[in-house]
Design a protein around this ligand. Structure first.
Ligand code: 13P
Length: 261
């Protein structure tokens, strides 16, 4: 069998105390009522009964579903994630959610800096940085999203954009409680997945920028059951952040149960 050396070292690292954790996260965005969320969970639980230990499975659900899901998932291996967190603990911030509100219901992860928040809701690197700090202050692991637009890629600016996002977003951030997701914007919801080798290369560039080389770095953007195996064979890729394909239990379960040949 031909073994890719860099892959071999990743596998060794992973079996050896799991230095770089594998995190497979579904980002439901603005999908699913409470009833629909519970229906999903009921089916999904049985589909991941035999999922390899050591793979962290996370569902980032809408705020309205989190509390009821948290009760339902008590004692299961599924972790819950939110899709936003404010930097203050309380106050006059209509529409926002605080860290205390999330920890009270057992939230372990929160998506921060997603391109949809940056594009539609005025999220900046400065507010991303504040939200990351707030998550960490509350013991929640932030999943920081970075990525370039199609135009930035086409003009050769991918690395510059991402390096700059990381520089601004990670000011005074503890890199021991952090997940990063590389989400090229042109690959989100388009079916136009970034080639896994290219995603691996960019994630390598991201890792070079970090003080802690063991931060788990995910790929996100049109991840599907039919491309997950190839994505996860890449040496730098430690998991995925999945939108559309996380909405169906069987599809997200296939992703969680990815196979490396
Ligand atoms: P899709 O998987 O639907 O492309 O969405 C990716 C994403 O934005 C996850 O945060």
């Amino acid at each position: 069998m031909v073994v890719n050396l860099s892959l071999q070292s990743k596998v060794e690292i992973k079996s050896n105390q799991a230095v770089r954790k594998i995190v497979l996260a579904g980002n439901w965005k603005m999908h699913k009522t409470q009833v629909e969320s519970l229906e999903f969970v009921q089916k999904f639980k049985s589909e991941i009964e035999n999922t390899e230990e050591g793979r962290e499975i996370v569902l980032c659900a809408p705020f309205t579903s989190l509390s009821v899901m948290s009760k339902n998932l008590h004692g299961s291996r599924i972790q819950l994630g939110a899709q936003n967190i404010h930097w203050e603990d309380k106050g006059a911030y209509t529409g926002e959610i605080s860290g205390d509100m999330l920890t009270e219901i057992g939230i372990s992860y929160v998506v921060v800096g997603h391109s949809e928040r940056r594009q539609y809701f005025g999220e900046t690197d400065q507010t991303v940085n504040l939200r990351l700090k707030s998550a960490q202050k509350h013991g929640i692991t932030p999943i920081l999203c970075v990525g370039e637009t199609k135009e930035q890629r086409d003009t050769g600016a991918t690395e510059k954009i991402i390096i700059n996002q990381l520089k601004e977003d990670l000011i005074d951030i503890d890199q021991s409680n952090l997940v990063i997701a590389y989400e090229p914007i042109w690959a989100i919801g388009t079916g136009d997945t970034c080639e896994s080798i290219e995603a691996n290369r960019v994630i390598g560039v991201i890792r070079q920028q970090l003080k802690n080389k063991n931060v788990s770095i995910q790929y996100g953007g049109s991840v599907k059951p039919n491309n997950i195996d190839e994505i996860m064979t890449q040496s730098e890729i430690d998991g995925v952040l999945v939108g559309g394909a996380s909405l169906e239990p069987a599809s997200f379960a296939r992703i969680a149960n990815y196979k490396i040949s």
